[in-house]
Design a binder for this molecule. Structure first.
Ligand SMILES: NC(=O)C1=CN([C@@H]2O[C@H](COP(=O)(O)OP(=O)(O)OC[C@H]3O[C@@H](n4cnc5c(N)ncnc54)[C@H](OP(=O)(O)O)[C@@H]3O)[C@@H](O)[C@H]2O)[C@H](O)CC1
Ligand SMILES: [K+]
Length: 513
């Protein structure tokens, strides 16, 4: 699903208005009706007090139109106009008049006024600012935002929490509405998915206001939210007349004394996701652990017992995954550097492989095209340098990926795969996955997908999605705290099955037919 910028959303509005031969207030009315229906289906006429805080732009206009619909259907409402500017929008004014025609008089809030009393069980509709916010709100508006945040009432934000910018991080953490739920129009907003801005949103949902399909389809976006519809077409079914040689030979290099487990996890995940063959390269101390825990894998050992000192092997891997638990000893750096001189296979680099790269950046020039790098935040910072904020981080990541023609996977609550100036924002996964070895599993999964013939970008996007889905399945079995990297591996198979599971309702209709 595309993630549009504010400019693109405004352009979509104009295109829709022109093509559907409607006025702009029809779009506003559609927006308000969608929110009304969402609220009504949950409240079912309950006599709870609904406080609507409306700005003076179109976000405020949505709020005022919603107030009218709620009132007409018997809900108990209070409307407040947050009078932060004289530049009231045309459709806001139109809807304000419609409210007054019904003898509904909003309370106007200005600097210096007292804020209304809010009950614990009340509902706040936040329609102060939408996607048009372009500067810091005045101090008294920030005070209001703070006041709303400290109330215990449920906050429903329209389109985006007020105070949250579309493309930059707020200066002060307290200047943004902390929404219990956001009802956003047509498309998700990038700020919902970044660590510094996503924290203001507990849950979000999209409402379709009928923006023109042609515009939405044709307009290219930099960011895309990756869900099932995006990954299903990537799936490569297995062929009936195939053998293990068709699914590639993965080669996983890593481990050091006390960290052989990282290779075990990556190797298991690589096999579980479908790699045809797998060889691991570990220090000698890893031989017995690898052979006993993973009988499917072949093992080559280094001459040294505790660390990798040379990477000598006599096989032609389809793909190499390197770095998990490898350490950054001088001699290991030398071995890695020598390996890069001759390697031509596609690469997935994780953990200490990344630390070596950031300490010896000249090695970056030796990476084959489309090498996949899977850094966690600290490793990413070592590669990119300190970023100003999450948006700057994305810009730096795009520039880095372009410079070295590599695929950069920014791991987080919403992992983002960066390549060729684009960002693929993952939608699966959960905080249970913040656990030891989770990254080793991801690196192994991506390696295993490349082995089977997925191109490195698809393998990254699909691998990240399946990894998150395995995490979601693990949580449904054991709760957040008990998710471990091994459980993620156990659920890779179920994640594949889940991809093809149709919603129960759909199955039921088909059975009846
Ligand atoms: N397609 C859709 O998604 C539709 C969405 N709708 C709703 O419209 C808003 C966007 O409305 P807009 O009027 O463009 O913007 P806002 O309501 O967010 O802001 C209004 C104006 O406020 C000014 N502004 C910005 N920042 C500040 C500030 N810190 N202090 C004071 N004033 C500020 C700015 O105007 P300026 O000229 O003064 O810069 C804004 O324009 C969207 O979020 C949806 O809720 C439509 O209803 C239907 C289509
Ligand atoms: K809002």
């Amino acid at each position: 699903m595309k993630i549009f910028t504010a400019e693109q959303i405004y352009a979509a509005d104009r295109f829709t208005i022109e093509k559907q031969q409607i006025t702009s207030d029809v779009l506003m009315e559609r927006a308000a009706t969608q929110i009304y229906e969402w609220m009504n289906s949950r409240l079912q006429g309950a006599q709870v007090k609904i406080h609507l805080f409306c700005g003076i732009g179109n976000n405020g206009g949505d709020g005022v139109a919603l107030a009218r619909q709620l009132h007409e259907n018997g809900y108990s409402i209070e409307v407040y106009v947050v009078n932060y500017s004289d530049k009231r929008s045309k459709d806001f004014l139109l809807n304000l008049d419609r409210l007054k025609e019904r003898k509904l008089w909003p309370e106007f809030l200005d600097s210096g006024c007292d804020f209304p009393e809010l009950g614990r069980k009340d509902i706040i509709v936040d329609a102060v600012f939408g996607i048009g916010l372009n500067r810091n709100p005045d101090a008294w508006v920030l005070k209001l935002i703070n006041y709303l945040n400290t109330s215990s009432a449920f906050i429903l934000s329209i389109d985006i929490p007020s105070g949250l910018f579309m493309e930059r991080v707020p200066e002060n953490r307290d200047d943004i509405i902390r929404a219990n739920h956001v009802l956003s129009f047509q498309a998700p907003k990038l700020s919902f998915f970044l660590p510094q801005t996503g924290i203001y949103i507990n849950q979000w949902e999209l409402l379709d206001i009928g923006l023109d399909d042609e515009y939405l389809f044709k307009t290219e976006t930099v960011y895309e939210l990756i869900g099932k519809p995006e990954v299903l077409p990537m799936y490569m079914p297995r062929l009936k007349f195939s053998h293990k040689g068709n699914y590639g030979h993965s080669f996983i290099i890593g481990g050091s004394y006390g960290k052989i487990g990282a290779v075990q996890l990556a190797a298991k995940a690589c096999l579980e996701i479908g790699s045809g063959l797998l060889t691991t390269y570990v220090p000698e101390c890893g031989y017995i652990p690898m052979q006993t825990s993973l009988p499917e894998a072949m093992v080559i050992v280094d001459d040294e017992d505790e660390k990798i000192t040379t990477i000598n092997f006599d096989l032609k891997p389809t793909v190499v995954g390197i770095g998990m638990g490898m350490g950054t000893h001088k001699i290991t750096i030398k071995a890695f550097s020598e390996f890069l001189k001759t390697n031509t296979a596609p690469l997935v680099i994780d953990a200490d492989g990344l630390n070596i790269l950031s300490g010896t950046p000249e090695l970056l020039n030796r990476l084959p095209n489309q090498t996949v790098l899977t850094p966690h935040p600290k490793e990413l910072e070592r590669l990119l340098g300190k970023w100003r904020d999450d948006f700057d981080k994305l810009d730096r990541a795009k520039a880095f990926s372009k410079k070295y023609d590599c695929i950069l996977i920014i791991k987080g609550a919403h992992t983002i795969v960066i390549y060729n100036g684009k960002g693929y924002v993952n939608s699966t996964g959960n905080p249970g996955m913040a656990t030891a070895g989770s990254g080793d599993v991801l690196a192994g999964m991506i390696t295993g997908l490349i082995a089977q013939g997925y191109n490195s970008l698809d393998a990254s996007v699909f691998g990240v999605y399946l990894h998150g889905l395995s995490g979601d399945l693990s949580v449904s079995e054991s709760g957040y705290e008990a998710v471990t990297a091994s459980k993620l591996i156990d659920n890779i198979g179920k994640a594949f099955l889940e991809l093809f599971r149709r919603p129960e309702q759909e199955q039921h209709i088909e059975e009846k037919n």
